[in-house]
Design a protein around this ligand. Structure first.
Ligand code: AMP
Length: 425
């Protein structure tokens, strides 16, 4: 089955093609036609299943089917609620990517950053608002957001929203919305609370359930090695040599860091290649082929470059640096332990990254085993310092102009910031 049979029009098919997706995922196959048929859905789907495109694509399609006059008004026609600013930023990014060839504007709204830039964005007029409940309520109370023309409401990761105590905020938001609208509810788990919420919210919903794809956090053996930043390279080399590891995917936060580490490993006699966005497609393909064939032992990659890399039986994934977006950790470790095979994910964590580690453990609900290796124990006198993002992934996650709000038509509509866990709303 291809995307073209699902009822999506050319601008969306083009964006999908540009993303390199060839086939819809199970949730997309099931959800897209139902949403296009204007039905409410209750979907059990986790991160990693392609759920975001599963609702974003048909949403954009339906918005684009409205009369041109309506499209020109840029009223808020779709509201997407998410539990965290990170998820809001990711969904916002998806809306921007898939909606690239459509005229809609979107903005991301969340707390912990200045409210004024968000107000300015809203006043300019937007079609799609992606928001965390708390900040949206603030804006509603200030009467700067008009939700009276909302046609579509999407609750993403509804179970996490309830876990985070957003139920009253959600109720207040629901009370304001027009009664006539289409509702889509996504939740990784079903509880009595989710049932109550769906009963209240959804109109004869179609139930959609897909198999869990992201069981990596359960099947992969995860270990954290606390270590000083300056000694990570040494520790990595030690682990590779001691363990006689043959095929290792190593993640760094920045392109520069990937190059540097790869060069350093080579100097130590460990064959290595780096892949990241600055390399030509040919160079990336060659590096990946060499790695798959076993000619190169270590592939050093950034999150973005590693997307779409599919390597069977990859035994080791190393987080040389932890990602600042916790979900990326899950994506990273999901590269190993596929198809029921054992896999190992190792994270080298320095004092600067302890907050990231906490966020990751909160997300995966696992207290990862920590091993302080003799000879590599961190020096307790070293204090945490802010992390330099090197203008790669970090740039993506810096709130633009301090706002975090961004027009989806702009090139990089992103929002979450480093250290964002503190004021999550
Ligand atoms: P999600 O579950 O929405 O967080 O998506 C997980 C990842 O799957 C994202 O990185 C998407 O870019 C990717 N993705 C979504 N749909 C497809 C598809 N049809 N083919 C390949 N990758 C996809």
């Amino acid at each position: 089955m291809s995307f073209s049979t699902l009822g999506l029009s050319a601008p969306l098919l083009k964006a999908i093609q540009e993303q390199g997706y060839t086939e819809p995922t199970p949730i997309q196959k099931q959800a897209i036609p139902v949403i296009l048929a204007r039905k409410d859905i209750l979907a059990g789907a986790q991160t990693g299943t392609g759920k975001t495109a599963g609702f974003t694509l048909p949403l954009l399609e339906l918005l684009s089917r409205a009369k041109p006059e309506k499209q020109k008004q840029h009223h808020v026609r779709a509201l997407i609620l998410t539990p965290t600013r990170e998820l809001a930023a990711q969904v916002g990014e998806s809306v921007a990517v898939y909606g690239k060839h459509l005229p809609f504007k979107s903005t991301i709204i969340f707390g912990g950053v200045k409210i004024n830039p968000q107000i300015i964005q809203l006043r300019k007029g937007v079609d799609i608002v992606i928001a965390t409940p708390g900040r949206l309520l603030d804006l509603m109370n200030q009467k700067v957001v008009d939700l009276s023309k909302v046609e579509f409401l999407i609750l993403d990761e509804a179970d996490r929203m309830l876990d985070m105590g957003f139920i009253n905020d959600i109720k207040k938001i629901l009370a304001i919305l027009p009664k006539q609208r289409q509702n889509l509810l996504f939740s990784a788990t079903y509880s009595e609370e989710i049932k109550q919420l769906s009963d209240r919210l959804l109109n004869s919903p179609t139930l959609i359930e897909v198999a869990r794809r992201n069981t990596a956090t359960e099947t992969v053996k995860q270990t954290v090695y606390p270590v000083d930043k300056e000694r990570k390279k040494e520790l990595l080399i030690h682990l590779i040599k001691e363990g006689d590891w043959k095929q290792i995917l190593v993640f760094t936060r920045t392109k520069h860091g990937a190059n540097r580490l790869s060069e350093q490993l080579e100097k130590e006699g460990i064959s290595s290649a780096a892949i990241h966005g600055n390399k030509s497609q040919n160079a990336r393909t060659k590096a990946l082929d060499d790695f798959k064939k076993g000619e190169v032992a270590v592939l050093v990659a950034t999150d973005i470059a590693a997307r779409g890399i599919d390597i069977d039986q990859l035994p080791h994934v190393v987080n040389y640096e932890l990602p600042n977006v916790s979900e990326d950790y899950v994506h990273r470790i999901g590269r190993t332990g596929r198809a029921g095979r054992g896999g190992e994910a190792i994270s080298l964590v320095c004092v600067d990254e302890l907050e990231y580690l906490q966020n990751i453990e909160k997300l995966i609900k696992i207290d990862i085993q920590k091993i302080a290796l003799k000879g590599f124990k961190p020096d307790p006198s070293i204090k945490a310092e802010p992390i330099n993002m090197g203008g790669n992934r970090g740039a993506r996650n810096k709130p633009r102009g301090g706002s975090g709000g961004g027009q989806a038509r702009a090139k990089t509509p992103r929002g979450s910031s480093r250290g964002s866990s503190g004021g999550r709303r």
